[in-house]
Design a protein around this ligand. Structure first.
Ligand code: GLV
Ligand code: MG
Length: 348
């Protein structure tokens, strides 16, 4: 059962802000994770916030059980202390069946609800998880006079979640988007890998046998292709954003870049950075390529009303390729508005 269209967009508590009809337009190429219980990291927050599109205080996995309260308190402290300007401020709360999550939600909304853009919810299994958080956030927003709705970002990281991905994406107007979580998802599905994202040397297609019986090459395949594509369709058809999540091997920048780029090409708008070196990788990958932007601009210029057929550099262009070009140019404009260096390169 789904709600009627009118009811879908009503606030879930009297006095809560009205849900957005469309997501606020924001460039979110990387969601940079930091551990808020760590004093040294807290001191670096202004420096980090200046470099990234989104800064996220992590309260869930990777935060030791005995540091959960300190992480929450540390997040509240930094959220209060700084003005984040155009940089998004997010937190990843603990999962819904954990002993910490109720305090995560209630204390954070009470203390810094007006500063928080997005709450990331891990291990989402179905729309019921979103409905629970949606209602609770509305009640807390009303109680604490929060003026703009706090959005929900789901992590897609269980087999059941992937099965229900469309219903999760459609669960509430509070949905911001989704990230693929390859570590938990691999565990949940029983995938036989200890890696966090990327390829696997055993997952591939073996070249045909050779007449000379010579050694055959195994061409590695992308084990995340199906899930990323499924997530993108679920998100984009519901007007929300898809992200690739973490890449665990900090020493392999090239593999991280390849994973991010596959996600970008398939429709994702950003990825997580867990290490400072991954910030620039994400910035590079999720900002459209300068040559691609130049070519896309040529297409738009050659077809001012977006219809008909023309040849550009020997390639056929029509109404559909005009739309493809518009995807690239629209994104380039958003990135350019934020990044003067790229604006110059794009020629805006
Ligand atoms: C992220 O949370 C993951 O499990 O990969
Ligand atoms: Mg996880």
């Amino acid at each position: 059962m789904t709600k009627t269209p009118r009811n879908f967009f009503k606030p879930l508590a009297i006095g809560a802000p009205v849900p957005y009809r469309e997501l606020p337009v924001k460039v979110e190429r990387m969601i940079h994770f930091f551990p808020p219980q760590n004093e040294k990291m807290r001191a670096k927050v202004p420096e980090m916030a200046a470099k990234v599109d989104v800064l996220l205080g992590n309260l869930e996995d990777a935060i030791p059980a005995d540091a959960k309260e300190a992480a929450r308190a540390g997040f509240i402290e930094v959220a209060r202390a700084h003005d984040f300007g155009a940089t998004g401020l997010w937190t990843r709360i603990n999962c819904l069946n954990s002993p910490w999550v109720l305090d995560d939600i209630t204390q954070i909304v009470a203390a810094v609800g007006d500063k928080l853009d997005v709450m990331m919810l891990p291990k989402v299994e179905g729309p019921w998880d979103i409905h629970y958080l949606d209602q609770l956030l509305a009640q807390l927003e009303a109680r604490h006079g929060v003026k703009k709705p706090i959005l929900i970002h789901a992590i897609l990281e269980t087999a059941e979640g992937v099965k229900n991905v469309e219903a999760i994406a459609a669960a509430s107007p509070r949905m911001h988007g989704m990230s693929l979580g390859p570590a938990d998802l691999a565990a949940s599905r029983g995938m036989k890998t200890t890696r966090v994202g990327g390829g696997h040397p055993f997952y591939g297609v073996l070249e045909d046998a050779r007449a000379d019986s010579g050694a055959r090459t195994l061409f590695q395949q992308d084990p995340w292709h199906y899930t990323v594509a499924k997530m993108v369709d679920a998100c984009v058809s519901n007007g929300i954003k898809a992200f690739y999540g973490p890449f665990g091997d900090f020493s392999d920048a090239a593999a991280c870049e390849a994973q991010f780029r596959n996600a970008f090409l398939l429709g994702c708008v950003g990825a997580w950075s867990l290490h400072p070196s991954q910030i620039d990788i994400a910035k590079r990958v999720f900002s459209p390529d300068v040559n691609e932007v130049a070519f896309a601009k040529k297409i738009l210029d050659a077809m001012p009303d977006g219809s008909g057929a023309v040849m550009i550099d020997g390639k056929m262009q029509d109404d559909a390729t005009w739309k493809q070009a518009k995807v690239i140019v629209d994104l380039a404009r958003q990135v350019a508005a934020k990044d003067p260096e790229l604006a110059a390169l794009y020629g805006f």
